[in-house]
Write a protein that binds this ligand. Structure first.
Ligand SMILES: Nc1ncnc2c1ncn2[C@@H]1O[C@H](COP(=O)(O)OP(=O)(O)O)[C@@H](O)[C@H]1O
Ligand SMILES: [Mg+2]
Length: 179
């Protein structure tokens, strides 16, 4: 049976690390949607950011991967026609620390910490797909996260949402916010 697994979440949450490991464990193909878009001449570079037409990406991706086993990695992955969407979550402070270490601007760090705080990607994912599994990566290794995903898939769980609430972290993450 062919299956498209979309791994999404706020930048820095661990998508690429987890997706590669998950694809390896399942013996699925791994596709980073940014690389895929660039390779297929989709989107336009605006400065150092790739501006993508999500509908165009979705159509191209669907045509190529409809009948394949694939793990799709991107903060846009939940827009793809997936059998299951995995939304990775992490304490907003971790997002802030990782993106700062990546050299992101204060503005970009703030934008993403805020997005994680208020569940932006989760809400989008739920809006797009019935089958959404949320996984909290905080305090776990990538291997543990992959085990958790495999366990849920193995038990046939197709929806598990509402497992984190970062509102209580607000005081801790004020330094990262654009106030
Ligand atoms: N449980 C975890 N799951 C995924 N990544 C983790 C975890 N714990 C720590 N990390 C680290 O967090 C970083 C996540 O980076 P990356 O996978 O590139 O995120 P993304 O693709 O979402 O931007 C990596 O350095 C990874 O080693
Ligand atoms: Mg990545």
């Amino acid at each position: 049976m062919d299956m498209i697994i979309a791994v999404t979440g706020t930048p820095g949450v661990g998508k690429t690390t987890v997706s590669k490991l998950l694809a390896e464990r399942l013996n699925y193909d791994y596709v980073n949607l940014r690389d895929y878009a660039l390779k297929n001449g989709l989107g336009e570079m605006k400065g150092d950011e790739l501006e993508l037409d999500v509908d165009e990406l979705t159509e191209t991706f669907a045509r190529e991967f409809r009948d394949r086993n694939v793990v799709a990695d991107s903060h846009l992955a939940h827009h793809m026609p997936a059998d299951i969407v995995v939304v990775l979550r992490a304490h907003p402070r971790l997002i802030g620390e990782r993106l700062k270490a990546r050299g992101y601007s204060k503005e970009k760090v703030g934008e993403n910490v805020e997005a994680e705080l208020v569940d932006v990607i989760l809400v989008e994912a739920i809006d797009k797909n019935e089958n959404v599994i949320e996984v909290d990566t905080t305090g776990k290794t990538p291997e543990e996260v992959v085990e958790e995903i495999l366990g849920l898939l193995g038990r046939g769980v197709k929806r598990r949402v509402g497992i984190v609430d970062w509102s209580g972290t607000y005081d801790e993450i004020i330094p990262y916010l654009r106030l």
